[in-house]
Ligand binder design. Structure first.
Ligand code: ATP
Length: 703
């Protein structure tokens, strides 16, 4: 029998088992669907109990349905043949037959752990590990590992060269895929680590840190669904491009309840996608910002009145700037700015009452005075201007105007100018988001508005109702800070987090367990010590458990050898990974005249596009990427979806079959973290790498 025939026979045999599992999956989906319909019908009963019951039932059934649908593609991916002849099938979710017998073991269940843990040295009762390659519900191939040849029956068929290699050499597309069928032992250990304190996953580029962390999120949800689903799991990555790259992994593992946010989107209501230039970015990320922001959060809004005059019977009552300032401090000493909103009228009225000397007023007494003043539009208008409820973003907009006055000595002249220039753009950058978050916590929230006029803060009584609601609604465009906490926080590319970003995430993970993924050698943050201190504060004494991944599954050995030399310039003692896959394709380097740089980049991209099947990136320094993108519009359009033009920072965490690096010296010169950024860029390529530059100082430095 030829090996092709043998493989075909095995595929057919597996297909009949897989068909049976799909039949059961479809039956479960039908049950879930009918529960949704039944649940909806219960709503028509009309009483409150019926509605609550309906909501719970429909919610559960719909969740089950979406998990079943999400797991459909490639549902069955593994089979263990045990020493006693039994078989165990492993899949994205668990499936039982009509008699509740297990047909498919969920990959996260303890019974599936040996699928990942068994090795030829320690087979743990497994004779053969088989990976089923499927396209939707069709088995298209099998790849076997014989783990225990001595105990294998004579007729055991072993096919293929191993599933891992087959999966590593596939062409890359625009999204990351689950690696559930080929998780390696050291990766599995990090995935299944208990959820206590902070689990850190380190290792060089391409070692699977991201994909492992995502599988870990799915694992945690499986092991303690109540805790993690109700408390929430937050996954934070560096950029919007990165988030869309990873967004399909968890749904394909049947998990749809995880919150994915890029660093520019952590605060509700803000979607920032732009990086600041390095000087402004470093200043905004520094913990020196905290003191300045605290002052800005306490300062009067620009244009706030500095005096109040009030004519009352025989008196002219007056609060001057110094008195108002004192009252302001008194209010802020007692509560956060927006919380003090309700107390402001009382404090002002009290200060005015102390000035009353006229007999007529004194005779009528304090209560009469308070009643008259607080319902007088002149007073109400003044309070509204002097102590308005503020959105953090409104204070953020004042920063360029107050920085000179409020930050004396904290920032250098160069930093102040860079900050002002960056704030000239009307929308926040990625680096501004933690600043807005800091301000949210500094100013606090308004007390809940109430529909009952009597309970509403007094100062609003004579206001038009519509105006009040508008203001309060606007304020609420930012979610309540009480809702920020999560049960688990997973941070990817953590080496890049600035101190201010750590503070922002720390607030979300105060009571959470954490998974922290990173590689110092890829860091683009220039001040690691300051960040380490902020990280420590964010984790607040939680115990850390470290895992290190050692094999680079992404880069060819040829590409990684070049990149590793660049890493050694960027950081002392980089954590280098073992890249074992050789392709015979050495990276190419071209040096050209400045006038032909764009043409050379275009030629290199065209060449690579012709030699790989999957995605290609052209990567340039930040300062020139927009221009290059415009120059290459036609090429990008011609290769719809396969070619992207990016700057170095935007390539974080991504991978492409081919990469063209334009002007590497421009990338290393860009910031003090430039060499590490170049290391990141070079390690994005799975197969082909070409550099094109007008100079080659970087090559001389590493040779
Ligand atoms: N066990 C595995 N089986 C198949 N592919 C894998 C495995 N582990 C990792 N990979 C693949 O290797 C590539 C790199 O993985 P990933 O992006 O998670 O690495 P990383 O360590 O986060 O990299 P970087 O630090 O450079 O961003 C991905 O294509 C991933 O699917």
């Amino acid at each position: 029998m030829s090996s092709d025939n043998a493989a075909q026979r095995e595929i057919e045999a597996e297909q009949s088992y897989v068909d049976m599992v799909y039949e059961r999956l479809d039956a479960s989906a039908k049950v879930a669907q009918s529960l949704v319909v039944e649940g909806m019908a219960r709503g028509h009963v009309g009483n409150e109990g019926g509605l609550v019951e309906r909501d719970a039932m429909v919610f559960q059934a719909q969740r089950r349905l979406s998990a079943l649908n999400a797991a459909h593609d490639g549902l069955v991916f593994g089979r263990l043949t045990m020493i006693d002849g039994d078989s165990r099938y492993i899949g994205r979710i668990g499936v039982r037959d009509a008699d509740r017998e297990i047909l498919l073991v969920d990959w996260r269940a303890p019974a599936a752990a040996i699928f990942y843990q068994a090795t030829a040295q320690e087979p743990a009762g497994v004779v053969r590990r088989r990976v089923l390659r499927c396209s939707n519900d069709q088995v298209i191939g099998v790849e076997d590992d014989l783990l225990d040849g001595e105990n294998a029956p004579d007729d055991l068929v072993v096919i293929g060269e191993g599933a891992l290699l087959a999966s590593l050499t596939r062409a890359r597309d625009s999204t990351m895929h689950s690696v559930v069928a080929t998780i390696q032992k050291e990766q599995d250990e990090a995935i299944r680590a208990p959820s206590r304190g902070a689990t850190t996953i380190g290792g060089g580029p391409g070692t699977g840190k991201t994909v492992v962390a995502l599988h870990r999120a799915a694992y945690l949800l499986y092991t303690d669904r109540r805790r993690f689903e109700s408390g929430g799991v937050l996954v934070v990555g560096p950029s919007n491009v990165f988030m869309s790259y990873i967004e399909r992994v968890l749904p394909s593992l049947g998990e749809t309840s995880v919150t994915l946010r890029s660093l520019g989107e952590v605060v509700d209501g803000i979607r920032a996608g732009r990086h600041d230039e390095p000087v402004a970015a470093a200043a905004k990320g520094s913990s020196r910002m905290t003191g300045f922001l605290a002052k800005a959060a306490a300062a009067p809004m620009p244009g706030a009145p500095t005096e109040f005059r009030y004519f009352f019977k025989d008196d002219v009552l007056r609060l001057d700037a110094a008195q108002l300032d004192k009252l302001r401090r008194q209010l802020l000493a007692g509560a956060k700015r927006n919380r003090a909103y309700a107390q402001a009228p009382a404090v002002l009225v009290e200060a005015l009452w102390r000035q009353v000397r006229g007999e007529r007023a004194l005779e009528k007494g304090r209560d009469d005075f308070v009643e008259i003043v607080t319902t007088d539009d002149r007073f109400v208008d003044f309070v509204e201007q002097w102590w308005p409820p503020v959105e953090p973003i409104e204070i953020w907009r004042t920063l360029p105007d107050v920085i000179d006055r409020l930050s004396q000595g904290t920032f250098s002249r160069v930093e102040v100018e860079a900050l002002k220039a960056s704030w000239a753009a009307s929308e926040p950058s990625i680096q501004d988001v933690p600043l807005v978050d800091e301000l949210r916590y500094l100013v606090g929230e308004l007390p809940e508005a109430t529909d009952d006029e009597d309970e509403a803060p007094k100062q609003l009584m004579s206001f038009e109702r519509r105006e009040r609601e508008e203001r309060v609604d606007r304020f609420r465009s930012t979610q309540s800070i009480e809702d920020d906490g999560f049960a688990h926080v997973l941070v990817d590319e953590a080496q890049d987090l600035s101190p201010m970003q750590w503070r922002m995430l720390g607030r979300r993970g105060r009571h959470a367990s954490w998974t922290i993924v990173g590689d110092e050698a890829q860091s683009s943050w220039p001040h690691p010590r300051e960040s380490a201190a902020a990280r420590k504060a964010a984790l607040d004494g939680k115990p850390e458990h470290a895992f290190r991944l050692s094999t680079n599954y992404r880069n060819s050995a040829e590409i990684y050898e070049l990149a590793a030399k660049v890493a050694a310039v960027g950081v002392a003692d980089p954590d280098l990974a073992d890249a074992v896959r050789r392709t015979g394709e050495e990276p190419r380097q071209h040096v050209v005249e400045p006038g032909s740089l764009v043409d050379a980049a275009r030629d290199a991209a065209r060449d690579i596009l012709g030699r790989v099947e999957g995605t290609v990136a052209v990567v340039a320094p930040r300062a020139s990427v927009e221009r290059l993108r415009a120059d290459l519009t036609d090429l990008v359009a011609e290769h719809d979806g396969r070619l992207r033009v990016l700057d170095g920072l935007d390539t974080k965490g991504l991978e492409f079959d081919g990469v063209v690096v334009v002007e590497p010296d421009g990338i290393t010169d860009e910031s003090s973290a430039g060499w590490r950024t170049l290391y990141v860029v070079l390690t994005r390529a799975t197969q082909l790498l070409t550099t094109v530059g007008t100079t080659e100082r970087w090559r001389q430095r590493i040779s």
